[in-house]
Design a protein around this ligand. Structure first.
Ligand code: ADE
Length: 672
């Protein structure tokens, strides 16, 4: 047995099925989920990075004239910058040319030389200039650690926090009001109301201040103070500052101290350095906000575009489907995708319209699903209704349909199952196909060669998918056998492709089936379409392939039915089911006589073999209804045979197309 036909080794099999579409959608949704997660992680990470690793804030100005008093110089720089690297310290370069002092301030990576010099002491809170003479120029450098600590450069050999040598010779003038109550709180600038200033007793002393809140009352303190002595238990680290910048005392929330060393500098106790805070707003908060907001804004834009594209493509697909057949997308949008029982106590708003079919255990209705989707007041659906006595059949079919891997364009699209308790009924709600079942269709229409290929190939694709142990995306799938394949269990879609329906006798061939279950699953189906081994109850029930082989036999009879109504390959007679001469409902025994004893099969007219394509197809059919189940082709082989027939241009010219002798038959339009 070979799948291949010798006419054309070229073979192209395309999987353009719903599974792949679903797969793409799943991937899109997963991609979207990761995107969302990524966005939050990115902005979160940027926030964490920013807050976990504080960068120094330093004065940062190009060289400019400095103002010097006694032993220190101010840089006259009011621009502070958040340093780009967390390791950076603040640095200053001081030089004097012709008596003019110039100061440059910057952030600096202490592991690199500055003007060719490695800075050794950068951990002190004051920027103490160490002398370096370069090319006869008096050039000095300093580095320090602390908020804008390079605002002022110190010309003497002092370090903090311990001061060995005081740089000041004259006693300082400071605000000296001791403790007084104040209306200040711990923001902005606090100015004591008292205006008493005093020349400090000792030249060692600097100006100091404190603010604290006790029992809801705020007090400020202004004094001269010797920085070598702890002030409220704290070292005065910044006593060389020109401004009295408040810093919180670690042990208490409502307690701040400051120190400074310019005239009356403690008359203004500053909780936030206005220059730095303004700069911080610009250089610190803004970048931080940007770090958080930029990824979020980008993500929002990506998401909006993603949704927009997704909606447009869905809309286009919906429009396309409306023109070709059942709007599966729309249905899927209406009804939960879990493909099983509608557990929602609210039943779908469905109005039954007309009966379109009657089966052994159920009746099928065309119905209106009254939900406004894409501007349509309702969608047409099919409802298969089982009376409560047929609960088992409803349950079997529901279970088969509940396997989402079953989804395929050549398998009837299942929407949901409902228990209609009030009516004592069980419902299966599926897509509706207005062309009805293949048997009715063939009895009313003749088909062209192209239409025959379209119907036949799609039928084989449906059976192959059902039997397959993997989805189109190569995920493992439970093979299913139909066990009641016949033309009345095949529906014709608007685009003249087939889809299989009525899975009431189907069997899932998973490993969970016990030998007893297999043994009991013997002879089922419709006698006319039963394979010889089924008629004889001689199937090898332990071999799952034998169930598939029986389905292939039935499929061969359906392919013959389609061929028998093809006008492109010879005379078309009135529609007759296979073995149509054996009565309307031949029983198993009569079928056994014909099919097993007499080895009869439906007739293959000689004209079919006079056309290449039809000849190939008839021999394919014959291989599928072989008496020996093992010799039959698989459904997948039949798919490939159709592909070969179609792609190797053995398509027949349809010029010989004839109208059926039955004048009541209408010609159907050919879908290009
Ligand atoms: N007959 C049985 N099921 C049907 C369906 N889903 N659509 C149209 N006719 C049907």
């Amino acid at each position: 047995m070979s799948c291949r036909l010798s006419v054309d080794p070229k073979h192209s099999y395309k999987h353009e099925d719903l599974d792949q579409t679903d797969g793409t959608r799943i991937r899109c949704v997963m991609g979207f989920g990761s995107l969302l997660l990524g966005c939050f992680l990115a902005s979160g990470a940027s926030l964490v990075l920013h807050t976990a690793n504080p960068h120094s804030v330093c004065r940062s100005c190009d060289p400019r004239a400095g103002s010097c008093s006694r032993q220190n110089c101010t840089s006259n720089c009011n621009v502070s910058k958040i340093c780009p690297n967390p390791e950076d310290v603040c640095a200053g370069v001081w030089w004097r040319d012709d008596g003019v002092v110039t100061i440059e301030t910057m952030c600096h990576d202490p592991t690199r030389p500055l003007h060719g010099v490695m800075l050794e002491d950068f951990s002190s809170s004051g920027c103490l200039l160490t002398s370096t003479f370069t090319a006869g120029r008096d050039l000095r450098l300093c580095a320090c650690t602390g908020h804008a600590c390079n605002d002022r450069v110190l010309l003497d050999n002092q370090t903090t926090p311990r001061i060995e040598k005081r740089p000041y010779q004259l006693p300082q003038l400071c605000r000296f009001c001791d403790i007084e109550s104040t209306t200040c709180n711990d923001t902005g600038i606090c100015e004591p109301s008292c205006t008493i200033s005093a020349v400090c007793e000792s030249p060692r002393e600097v100006c100091a201040g404190s603010w604290r809140r006790m029992n809801g009352v705020s007090v400020v303190e202004t004094v001269c103070y010797d920085p070598e002595v702890q002030f409220h238990g704290q070292h005065l680290l910044d006593y060389n500052s020109s401004i009295c910048l408040m810093r919180p005392v670690k042990t208490s929330e409502d307690f701040y101290i400051c120190s400074c060393n310019t005239e009356d500098c403690n008359a203004k106790m500053i909780f936030t350095d206005p220059v730095v805070s303004a700069e911080e707003e610009k250089n610190g908060i803004e970048p931080m906000l940007l770090l958080i907001l930029v990824p979020l804004v980008i993500c929002a834009l990506v998401m909006v575009s993603f949704f927009y594209c997704y909606h447009v493509s869905r809309h286009l697909k919906a429009i396309k489907r409306k023109t070709t057949g059942t709007d599966i997308e729309t249905y899927t949008a209406i009804i939960s995708d879990d493909n099983s029982l509608n557990h929602n106590t609210e039943l779908l708003p469905i109005q039954l319209v007309v009966t379109v079919g009657k089966g052994r255990f159920s009746e099928v209705y065309r119905a209106k699903l009254k939900q406004n989707i894409s501007g349509e007041p309702f969608q047409t659906v099919a409802v298969k209704i089982f009376p409560c006595e047929e609960y088992a059949s409803w349950k079997t079919e529901r279970e088969i349909f509940s396997d989402t891997d079953l989804r395929h364009e050549n398998i009837l699209h299942f929407l949901t199952a409902e228990e209609r308790k009030a009516e004592r009924q069980y419902w299966l709600i599926t897509a509706y196909h207005e062309r009805g079942n293949l048997q009715d269709f063939l009895s009313r229409h003749v088909v062209s060669w192209e239409e025959l290929c379209r119907l036949g190939a799609s039928l084989a694709r449906g059976v192959a998918h059902l039997h397959s142990d993997q989805t189109a995306c190569r995920r493992p799938k439970v093979p299913i056998v139909h066990r009641d394949l016949k033309s009345s269990n095949v529906l014709v879609r608007t685009d003249l492709t087939c889809c299989l329906c009525d899975f009431g006798l189907s069997l899932r061939l998973d490993n969970s089936m016990s030998p007893e279950e297999l043994a009991n699953s013997g002879q089922v189906g419709t006698a006319r379409y039963m394979a010889p081994e089924v008629l004889e109850s001689r199937m090898d029930l332990e071999n799952i392939e034998s169930f598939k082989q029986a389905d292939v036999y039935s499929m061969a009879l359906i392919l013959w039915e389609i061929m028998s109504r093809c006008s492109g390959i010879g005379d078309v007679r009135e529609y007759k089911p296979p073995f149509g001469t054996f009565g309307e409902h031949p029983c198993v025994d009569s079928m056994k006589d014909h099919v097993i004893r007499d080895r009869l099969r439906p007739e293959i007219p000689a004209t079919w073999n006079s056309h290449t394509g039809a000849g190939f197809l008839s021999s394919t059919i014959e291989e599928c209804w072989d008496h020996d189940p093992e010799s039959r082709l698989t459904a997948q082989c039949v798919v490939e045979r159709f592909d070969d027939i179609i792609s190797s241009a053995v398509l027949l010219p349809d010029s010989s197309e004839q109208k059926s002798p039955d004048s009541s038959e209408e010609r159907i339009s050919v879908i290009p």
